[in-house]
Write a protein that binds this ligand. Structure first.
Ligand code: FMN
Length: 202
């Protein structure tokens, strides 16, 4: 069965980006398993989402039918990104380690798709419920260091944050694909291949 795949790229590197290459390998494997899948790419580094401003936040909280033309225009980018998230079955998200966390381009994007009452709400039990249910996310990550084991394991603010944040939005089926240790002798030589070998498409 063909799938709709949304590839989110957050590295500003062009041809040399490891997360972009890893994301593309994941997509190739998705297409092998699900022929005729459609891929849409959104490059968050080339067309970045701005930091949220007060006018945009105020527009979110104004009921759609009461929004002025300026308010509607101010959140069109956010509305379109939310619609695109709904359309996709599978997300492939490139998330390099940038100072132990995700790049601000990806954080800005997440800020625009995390909309109270629209993409999440708290139910009567006070539990969060996200809007993007029954979706699959593959996170293509890359780092100079190693964070899956050893003394620097607790320095990883990429996988705990994305696991929590995507879960908050309803996306609980998440696979991390890592090219890690890209600067460490003895590890860097095979880091990308080990990432590729760990890919399992389900
Ligand atoms: C601004 C910047 C910050 C980085 N911070 C980290 C870091 O905190 N930990 C780490 O292991 N690698 C860090 N790196 C290395 C990158 O994660 C690595 O080069 C990775 O391949 C970047 O992904 P990309 O190739 O898709 O751009 C950093 C690189 C840059 C440019």
């Amino acid at each position: 069965m063909a799938k709709k795949v949304l590839h989110l790229i957050s590295s500003p590197q062009l041809e040399t980006s490891v997360t972009k290459k890893l994301g593309n390998v994941i997509i190739e494997k998705i297409q092998e398993k699900y022929p005729d899948s459609i891929v849409k790419e959104r490059n968050l580094a080339e067309e970045s989402f701005p930091h949220l401003d007060g006018f945009q936040i105020g527009s979110w909280f104004t009921p759609a039918e009461n929004r002025s033309a300026e308010q509607a225009a101010a959140i069109k980018l956010s509305d379109d990104a939310v619609a695109e998230m709904h359309e996709a079955d599978i997300y492939v998200i490139g998330a390099p380690f940038y100072n132990f966390a995700i790049p601000s381009t990806l954080k800005a994007y997440l800020d625009h798709i995390t909309r109270p009452g629209l993409t999440f709400r708290f139910n009567e039990q006070g539990q969060p419920e996200g809007a993007f249910k029954n979706k699959k996310a593959y996170i293509a990550t890359a780092s100079s260091g190693v964070y899956t084991q050893g003394p620097t394991q607790s320095w990883d603010y990429v996988s705990p944050y994305l696991t929590f944040m995507l879960g908050f939005l309803g996306i609980t089926d998440i696979s991390f694909v890592r090219a890690e240790g890209l600067r460490l002798p003895g590890i860097k030589e095979t880091a990308f291949e080990r990432g590729v070998e760990s890919i399992v498409i389900d």
